[in-house]
Design a protein around this ligand. Structure first.
Ligand SMILES: Cc1ncc(COP(=O)(O)O)c(C=O)c1O
Length: 385
């Protein structure tokens, strides 16, 4: 019809995401769903009670655009507690509708037409479409299995006068790798003399299994150039609440808020109220998260150790990568479809996170934010291959 013949997509190569596709297939075939990254266990009941109370006691109108002051104060305390960084709740923290909105707002605010944005491949699927919509161009540094460490030489070679933003993610989805302090230093060394900002996606900040996770919050100079994103969805098993936040120096925050006020204006008031009260009552609430997920990771890894899958290192997040080269020659998308159909387990093919997947790489991603019995049954099925 006339409308479709004139409709030119701004995102012609974007279709339904693989997460939606695999989750729908998992439901259709009754498979165990270890594909999409969400917990199958409930959040802390006290948080749910606080949210119900917040609704029943009248916290149901628009929140302030920047977020409830009580919540921003609580976030500032969390950052000070974990990273010894003092940020202004008034001018440097903005509550958003999930980390997704924060990332989208930041890219829209800082990327101009023709600007270049450096990403590390594989990358979370939201980054590139957001850059494209802003008129920017993505340049990618490939991270290679098994450890997926950044190649700082290749990174430095990509930088030029058009580079405006570097998008980083640690702990990293989908690989489960975590940056070291030397990576943060290397990033700073490479960009220090240039007019470049950093958007640091740290939604899995509390889910790391090594000594300590590094954060941009800990690097005083880099932090002055950076916007750091976090998500209560990941830290409190509440992915459906879509409450996140972004921390940046005052001047950057002012620009970011210009976009945020027109994208969502504000985030659900009773959910913010509940999170604020929860953080005030239990300031160390996230401290046990790493041990909680490490136990789940180990249950899954131990149950698969004798299988024909090769387990890649998993230092953080709630994702475990498996190499299936010993089992099948199928490409990873076909292998995941076959797994759902024949084995009853849904996973995510890792190639979808790459612009140019490394040739012959055969990796799938499993989410272990699941009840132990779910993980054990999935592993039992996979171990039979
Ligand atoms: C790396 C990464 N960034 C951002 C997000 C989005 O977080 P939110 O659900 O808070 O929007 C996710 C969710 O899976 C993620 O894995």
């Amino acid at each position: 019809m006339a409308i479709t013949s004139t409709l030119v997509s701004k995102l012609p190569s974007v279709g339904t995401t693989i997460f939606t596709k695999m989750s729908a297939l998992a439901v259709e075939k009754g498979a165990i769903n270890l594909s999409q990254g969400f917990p199958d266990f409930p959040p802390d009941v006290r948080l749910l009670e606080r949210a119900s109370q917040a609704i029943l006691t009248g916290n149901n109108q628009y929140a302030p655009m920047t977020g409830l002051p009580l919540l921003r104060e609580a976030i500032a305390s969390v950052i000070e507690r974990h990273y010894s960084r003092r940020v202004s709740a008034l001018d440097e923290i903005t509550v958003t509708s999930g980390a997704s909105e924060a990332i989208f707002d930041a890219i829209a605010a800082f990327v101009h037409q023709g600007d270049e944005v450096v990403l590390f491949d594989p990358a979370y699927d939201l980054y590139e479409p957001a850059v494209t919509l802003a008129g920017g161009i993505c340049r990618r540094v490939t991270l290679l299995a098994p450890d997926f460490r950044p190649d700082w030489q290749a990174f430095a070679e990509l930088l030029n006068d058009k580079t405006r933003l570097v998008l980083i993610n640690t702990p990293h989805n989908p690989t489960g790798s975590c940056w070291l302090a030397e990576d943060v230093d290397a990033l700073w060394q490479a960009i220090a003399s240039r007019d470049i900002y950093v958007l640091s996606d740290e939604v899995y900040e509390f889910i790391h299994f090594g000594e300590s996770a590094v954060s941009v919050h800990q690097h005083a100079e880099l932090a002055k150039r950076s916007l750091v994103v976090s998500s209560f969805g990941k830290s409190f098993h509440l992915t459906g609440w879509k409450v996140g936040y972004i921390v940046a120096p005052t001047a950057l925050t002012a620009e970011l808020r210009k976009v945020h006020q027109f994208v969502s204006f504000c985030t659900a008031t009773p959910l913010q109220q509940a999170l604020a009260e929860h953080l005030l009552a239990l300031p160390g609430a996230s401290a046990g998260l790493a041990a909680f997920y490490q136990q789940k990771r180990d249950v899954l890894r131990n149950a698969l150790v004798a299988s024909r899958f090769t387990l890649l290192p998993c230092e953080g997040t709630y994702f475990q990568l498996l190499d299936y080269s010993a089992i099948s020659d199928l490409d990873d998308v076909a292998f995941c479809e076959w797994l759902i159909d024949q084995v009853g387990v849904a996973a995510i093919p890792v190639s979808v996170f790459y612009q140019q997947p490394p040739k012959d790489q055969r990796l799938i991603r499993l989410c272990f934010a699941k009840e132990e019995r779910t993980l054990l049954e999935a592993a039992r099925r996979l171990a039979q291959l």
